[in-house]
Design a protein around this ligand. Sequence first.
Ligand SMILES: [Zn+2]
Length: 251
Amino acid sequence: MPSVMWKELIAEDVRAKAAENAIVVLPVASMEQHGPHLPVGVDTYLCEAVCKGGAELAVQSVPCVVAPTLWCGMAEHHMAFGGTFTFDIPTYQAVLGAFLNSVKRHGFRRVFIVNGHGGNIAALNAFLPDFTRETGLKLYATTYFEMSKNDLGQFLEDQKQVHHACEVESSMMMVVAPATVKHDRLSEAFGLLNGDPRKAFPANRYDSFKELTPSGVVGDARRASKEKGEKLLRVCQEGLAATLKNKDMWG
Ligand SMILES: [Zn+2]
């Protein structure tokens, strides 16, 4: 099977993808602290792995290609820990706008932004109206774990969803980039186990993650395992594949 990864193709093959009206999957992630046990590249590793595997599952049914992963996002809330890059909103919008215009100029008409970082969600949703109007693309944006959110909980012991540097992300990193996981630091890798106290407030507030969870973790990575990681990764890839194949969305 030819690669689904844009960066591995020759330009002629990318032109052929445009000619067959392929969906461009655009992974957008982050480079930010992930506790004492995981590398700062977690969201970039995981988002790309989900997009690659999901596109490989879908490509026989629907033409698709995975654009290079945008490794920087909105991560001000992690800056206090070091190791973190962040955009500001105008720069993030400008970079993504340039990517979408590049894709459009090559003749692609359908783009699926697949995000791997919670801090990007509000920005991406806010950009959608302008991006859609300015480019004329058929454009969707989601976060990879949203497409399978009802299927993740069955594999997890004390959380139902993805948190941060948690049972889910740590397990998946044991599969995607096992050499980067510091098993000897797992015993310290937990935080905010009773949930975010701000959820009870009837208004939003900005806090540095450092104030909320000194370890930099939300959830409990002590529960992570490679076996869970394999199942979680597969479910996320299947969720993406099903979304790419959804004719009501893309038809
Ligand atoms: Zn993460």
